[in-house]
Design a protein. Structure first.
Length: 203
């Protein structure tokens, strides 16, 4: 969702950079390292030295931040999904966001949730990206073999998850530069404008 369908990653950079500074993590480009991972994973991997009460503070701060975010489209994303549906291609959304975040998005973007044949959120999995569990679950929901699925990803963790699921991965150069992800995906696109279903099928 974030960085593929919705243009939100630059906003998250602000939040997570501030958290890294506040808690003196000392990790260069911390906000980039956590792209595509679940909140549970972020807290356990980078904030485990803090008490649970402080985890709650971070969670609430993130919820408050997300309620004031702008959820605008990655260029051409919604039109591309429309074309997929017109071609009778099933569409699932796999996101590291939890159901509470999704509720905020669906409130701001009425009908957004209705365009997907399945949604796999952080609440439905026990192992987040880069583990392939989320994508394999989506394929199971859709009744499609993994090798017949395409994954659109912007984050390195998501690219790894899609690859390990045995799916064809197309990279979005929205969060990471094309040079960084080009050798890890079948194709890199800057956004969905001028990218057609026929081009996807040809990959």
């Amino acid at each position: 969702m974030d960085g593929v369908l919705l243009d939100t990653e630059s906003q998250y950079d602000i939040f997570w950079h501030s958290m890294g500074e506040k808690y003196h993590l000392g990790i260069e480009k911390f906000e980039k390292k956590i792209k595509g991972t679940t909140l549970v994973s972020i807290l356990s991997n980078y904030f485990s030295h803090l008490p649970e009460t402080e985890h709650d503070v971070i969670k609430q701060s993130l919820l408050d931040f997300e309620k004031n975010m702008t959820y605008s489209d990655i260029p051409g994303a919604m039109k591309f999904i429309e074309k997929l549906k017109e071609n009778n291609i099933k569409v699932g959304m796999v996101t590291s966001s939890d159901d509470e975040k999704l509720s905020t998005v669906f409130t701001q973007r009425a009908g957004f949730d209705k365009i997907f044949d399945t949604i796999v959120s952080a609440n439905r999995i026990t192992q987040g990206k880069p583990h392939p569990m989320c994508y394999l679950l989506a394929a199971k929901d859709l009744g499609i073999d993994p090798e017949n699925c395409y994954v659109f990803e912007d984050a390195l963790s998501g690219i790894q998850a899609g690859t390990d699921a045995g799916m064809t991965v197309i990279g979005l150069a929205t969060t990471n530069p094309a040079e960084l992800i080009r050798d890890k995906v079948s194709k890199v696109i800057p956004h969905f404008e001028d990218f057609s279903v026929e081009e996807m099928k040809a990959i």
